[in-house]
Design a protein around this ligand. Structure first.
Ligand SMILES: O=P(O)(O)OC[C@H]1O[C@H](OP(=O)(O)OP(=O)(O)O)[C@H](O)[C@@H]1O
Ligand code: HPA
Length: 180
């Protein structure tokens, strides 16, 4: 069933049970690859909170978690351009194995900014986990994305942490903009 958020209609896109399935598989992959290490998961607020929580429940290697808060989209469905760091990483990550957790990589602007910040803190390694990736929208150099839930077309999506004008983050499923 379609939903309406403010002035826009959205249609069902990715059901929660499919998100669960992919998240479980990414967790298994991480468990194998980090068996003898203690990675630090860095969730990118706000959007990643739901994926981060569900992914962490699938990870059974010893690990730490923290968050960073950046902002690039302020309302609407288009990029505003600038990025600010509103909350920086509150732990020493020098020589640590980092896994950045994103809800979505769209243009790659946020991630490329964050990668520069994190590299400067001299971690041992950096990998990236994102629930959604829009390959056709990617315009910034972000290198290889190690763990991807779903590659999607260049449509605006909402739900499961992702917002439209601050709304819709609490939806269990993911919806995409309905163009009629
Ligand atoms: O690849 P990009 O084009 O940079 O877009 C992706 C970023 O945009 C969204 O964050 P946003 O800045 O909207 O903040 P939010 O997580 O609080 O919604 C999303 O959570 C990603 O972090
Ligand atoms: O498609 C999107 N939906 C919500 N937030 C976003 N931030 C970048 N792309 C998106």
């Amino acid at each position: 069933m379609n939903i309406t958020i403010n002035d826009k209609d959205f249609e069902p896109f990715i059901e929660h049970h499919l998100i669960e399935k992919r998240t479980r598989l990414i967790g298994i992959q991480i468990n194998l690859e980090y068996e003898k290490r203690v990675p630090v998961f860095i969730g990118v607020l706000n959007g990643s909170f739901m994926f981060m929580a569900d992914l962490m429940k699938e990870v059974n290697v010893s690990c730490e978690t923290t968050f960073v808060k950046l902002a690039s989209y302020h309302g609407g469905t288009a990029s505003s351009g600038n990025i600010t760091e509103e909350l920086s990483i509150a732990m020493n990550i020098k020589n640590r194995d980092i896994i950045i957790v994103e809800d979505i990589i769209d243009t790659g602007r946020t991630l490329s900014f964050l990668l520069e910040k994190i590299k400067a803190l001299e971690p041992a390694s950096i990998k990236i986990a994102t629930l959604l990736l829009k390959p056709d929208a990617l315009t910034f150099d972000v290198g290889e994305i190690d763990y991807v839930g779903f590659e999607i077309a260049n449509d605006f999506v909402v739900g499961y942490g992702l917002d439209y004008d601050g709304l819709g983050r609490n939806l269990k499923d993911i919806y995409r903009l309905y163009v009629g």
